[in-house]
Design a protein around this ligand. Structure first.
Ligand code: F7E
Length: 301
């Protein structure tokens, strides 16, 4: 919206509305009800809106849920992308398409750092679905001469992240523990390492990809890797607490297969798009903890 776009958002029907995170802008955007598992609703949406650019950020995106609901994950996260591509191809193949590809495609990494040339080795039904969607996006680019870009985005977080994901789970708990609302935080694998950046920076990269002279694939990352344990250290330390006094591990949060280490090399995005991340690890953690402290204080008031 800041860039002057007329924005349309697609949402799934549910018996209870879940627009909490867009309440402040709901009146300024257009919302259309459709579903990635329903081809005709996608065709109608593309026809009705007549967009110049489509950004597909939709998915069943929680990795643990992809083992308990593997075929649903495949239908939404993998085949859903083919359905959007088909809708675009039939309605207007000139529409530019962005696919949210993921660092989870690298899984059990075959080289470090990971680049656009690193082979994929997904480690979950979610990762496998994203690999399928990546290749369909690339194939529509090559087969139909469509503008289809893949952003291979490493973990991107923010104050608005869902509380199931490890970063927000930690920062929300840090705030609650600091304010006396909670005592302990139970986590799974503290040694997993991720390349964590801020979503605000990464969304700018998505837009830049669609303004580029040709569609391509780009790794979007900070180039730094940190463990879940380090995330805890920095987050608890920010409010004057020691994580070792509060964090415990619970096997319930371990995964059937883990992605141990991710770190991306964003050189190509820097060279071709002039993109660089502005917010680094420690700042990201502090932004998230401060925001959760504010939210909890408001709740208490
Ligand atoms: O886990 C470990 C867990 O769930 C990060 C999605 O946006 O980024 C995200 O996928 C790490 C894993 O994100 C807990 O085992 C330890 O190693 O925050 P996460 P993710 O699986 O990396 C990628 C790029 C996407 O594409 C995905 O859609 O943290 N971990 N203890 C834990 N994780 C969770 N969730 N909860 C724990 O208690």
């Amino acid at each position: 919206m800041e860039k002057g776009y007329e924005v349309y958002g697609m949402y799934r029907r549910s018996s209870v509305e879940t627009f909490g995170r867009i309440d402040h802008i709901k009146d300024k955007i257009n919302l259309i009800c459709a579903d990635l598992t329903d081809q005709s609703s996608l065709n109608e949406t593309v026809k009705t809106v007549g967009p110049d650019e489509v950004y597909n950020l939709a998915a069943q995106s929680f990795v643990p849920a992809s083992w308990t609901q593997p075929t649903l994950t495949g239908s939404v996260t993998a085949l859903g992308v083919t359905r959007i591509l088909e809708a675009i191809r039939h309605v207007n193949p000139k529409i530019k398409f962005y696919q949210a590809s993921s660092s989870e495609m690298f899984g059990k990494v075959l080289e470090t750092p990971q680049t656009e040339k690193t082979p994929f080795y997904p480690r979950s039904p979610y990762g496998v679905s994203k690999v399928y969607a990546f290749w369909m996006t690339k194939n529509y680019r090559e087969s139909y001469d469509m503008f289809c870009a893949n952003g291979i985005l490493f973990n991107h977080e923010s104050e608005r992240r869902g509380k199931q994901f490890v970063t927000r789970k930690i920062t929300d708990s840090v705030a609650r523990i600091k304010l006396g609302l909670q005592k302990e935080l139970a986590l799974g694998n503290l040694d997993a390492r991720r390349d964590w950046g801020h979503a605000r920076d990464y969304v700018e990269a998505m837009w830049l990809m669609l303004q580029h002279s040709k569609s391509d694939d780009f790794v979007i990352a900070t180039g730094e890797t940190h463990s879940v344990k380090e995330f805890c250290e920095v987050a608890f330390d920010h409010v004057g607490l020691n994580y070792e006094d509060h964090v415990k591990t619970d096997p319930k949060f371990l995964r059937p297969a883990e992605v141990d280490l991710l770190v991306g090399d964003p050189s190509k995005a820097k060279k071709d798009l002039g993109w660089e991340p502005k917010i680094k690890f420690k700042e990201l953690v502090k932004i998230m903890v401060d925001s959760d402290l504010e939210k909890c204080k408001k709740e208490l008031r």
